[in-house]
Design a protein around this ligand. Structure first.
Ligand SMILES: *Cc1c(COP(=O)(O)O)cnc(C)c1O
Length: 376
């Protein structure tokens, strides 16, 4: 059996090696490192894949969130509601722009932001909701869009973990996550479902005017060279990263299918164990792209299981070990522990198993057998 890795990018590289190498050589020859044709091609190929009108590439997923909030014209003091159970980038940019983050609890089955908690947190100052499609599964966008419409709020989808996932609207219409709210953002960090070989990110929107603002902001507020109409930032996707993403995008559905297949095998072997809760797919299979495969371990055995797995050479992770509302940087007197019952519980129970496109059956069997032998 091959050594088990949490994330295996090498096997995936071998499948696209010739294309990446020849694109790299061409870029090195023509020296169009920034804003080269590769970036423009990738932009329109991703627009077609996602079915969104505008993709605006940028330097990383954190920038994408910040630029989205700048583009929507959010002002200091505006309240932005997001989930207590996510990577810190989501709340970080809210605070960085002097907006007021309002963290709310999640749903125990989906790990995603709880629409009831969103509605309960709305005040006259609330301006936006940032759902995160956590671990690869679409948040409850139908409920979130309804709330947004009722209270006239912007919806910014943090799609860093779910690129390629589908979402079903109430009328049955299918769309890709990230293209449902007013604006969506993603990250192309190497370990994401669509990752480059460095940093990268993008914004998505169907709104022409917003797209125009976002294109200015990513480039120093500049539409005409050396004319700065708005305060912007420098946030670019470079040509080498775009070339990697162009090589991978045609395989994204196949990559996500491989993740889903691995997740199915994990769940088939682990779901009978009464001390484990396997991840729940809320709608149909294609609404989850398994950025992470996250189990809940009952009876306080999570930390012992982690030690055991490490001793057996099985890597694993905890996403996330501390709720954001308990992080020093984001403490706020308005929070009450009783409002975060689910996150507070999940941080003690969750464990993420190895998940990537190259997992082999003997590895999955070894992992699930080791877990079932230890957790009785
Ligand atoms: C990875 C990630 C980000 C940040 O992306 P970077 O490209 O690393 O800046 C933001 N939000 C979520 C949910 C993420 O998983």
């Amino acid at each position: 059996m091959k050594k088990i890795q949490m994330v295996d990018l090498k096997g995936q590289f071998l499948g696209i090696k010739n294309q990446v190498n020849s694109s790299f050589e061409q870029i090195l020859e023509n020296t169009a490192f920034i804003n080269g044709p590769e970036v423009h091609h990738f932009q329109s190929e991703l627009e077609a894949y996602l079915g969104v009108k505008h993709v605006i590439p940028c330097a990383n997923g954190t920038d994408a969130l910040q630029i989205a909030m700048m583009g929507l014209g959010l002002k200091p003091g505006d309240e932005v509601i997001t989930t207590d159970f996510t990577f810190a980038a989501t709340v970080e940019v809210i605070a960085l722009l002097n907006l007021t983050p309002v963290l709310v609890d999640v749903d125990a089955e989906s790990f995603n932001i709880n629409p009831k908690a969103i509605e309960a947190a709305i005040t006259p100052k609330t301006k936006a909701i940032v759902p995160v499609h956590l671990f690869g599964q679409s948040a409850d966008m139908n409920a979130i869009l309804e709330i947004a419409e009722k209270y006239n709020l912007f919806v910014i989808e943090d799609n860093a973990q779910a690129i390629g996932a589908n979402h079903y609207a109430k009328d049955g219409q299918v769309s890709k996550t990230g293209g449902i709210g007013h604006v969506g953002t993603t990250s192309f960090f190497p370990s994401k479902n669509l990752g480059c070989y460095g940093d990268g990110g993008a914004l998505f929107t169907n709104d022409d005017q917003l797209a125009h603002r976002l294109r200015g902001i990513v480039n120093h507020g500049m539409y005409e060279r050396y004319h700065h109409d708005v305060v912007g930032v420098n946030s670019r996707l470079d040509s080498l990263q775009a070339a990697v993403l162009r090589a991978k995008l045609p395989h994204l559905d196949e990559y996500n299918a491989a993740r889903r297949a691995a997740a199915k095998k994990y769940s088939a072997a682990l779901s009978q164990n009464k001390n484990l809760i396997t991840p729940k797919i809320i709608e149909s299979d294609d609404t989850h792209v398994f950025h992470q495969y996250t189990l809940r371990v009952m009876n306080g055995q999570r930390d012992a299981l982690i030690k055991h797995l490490q001793a057996q050479d099985i890597p694993c992770g905890i996403y996330y070990p501390i709720p954001l509302h308990k992080q020093k940087a984001y403490l706020d007197d308005r929070y009450h522990e009783k409002d975060f019952a689910v996150t507070n519980q999940l941080v003690k129970e969750v464990i993420a198993l190895p998940m990537h496109t190259e997992l082999e059956d003997d590895q999955i069997n070894y992992i699930t057998q080791t877990i079932n032998d230890f957790i009785k």
